[in-house]
Design a binder for this molecule. Structure first.
Ligand SMILES: [Zn+2]
Length: 123
């Protein structure tokens, strides 16, 4: 086991207005899940996308809007969200602070993140 600070992991410029940290992944010996932290800048729309795996997460700070098909949820610290596989989703930061999200996904989400050619993808 180990403990690490969020700030001690690399913060990757993932796409315009979005930074991404891989907190725990296969290089740490995690066989099943990834834990990531996203930082979404004010005014940023994380594009609508779909994939065949789920997301589970919670905002660490800031606030935002989780958008699905015909539904929106305001999210902020103190709530958790679950996005089932194949459900379109987007996240919008309409606030004035960076929205920091702790997000878990199964390991299959790692492949897109690990390949620099996929930088900017919505995985
Ligand atoms: Zn997603």
């Amino acid at each position: 086991m180990f403990v690490r600070k969020i700030e001690d992991t690399e913060n990757i410029d993932w796409m315009e207005g979005v930074k991404k940290r891989l907190m725990i992944g296969p290089k740490d010996g995690a066989p099943t899940y990834l834990m990531r932290v996203y930082e979404i800048a004010p005014g940023t729309i994380y594009p609508l996308h779909t994939h065949n795996y789920e997301h589970e997460g919670t905002p660490l700070s800031g606030e935002g809007t989780l958008v699905g098909e015909g539904i929106e949820y305001k999210i902020q610290a103190g709530v958790v969200y679950f996005i089932p596989p194949n459900e379109p989703h987007s996240i919008i930061n309409k606030g004035k602070e960076v929205l920091r999200l702790l997000c878990t996904s199964p390991l299959c989400a790692y492949n897109a993140m690990a390949d620099p050619a996929n930088k900017g993808s919505t995985s």
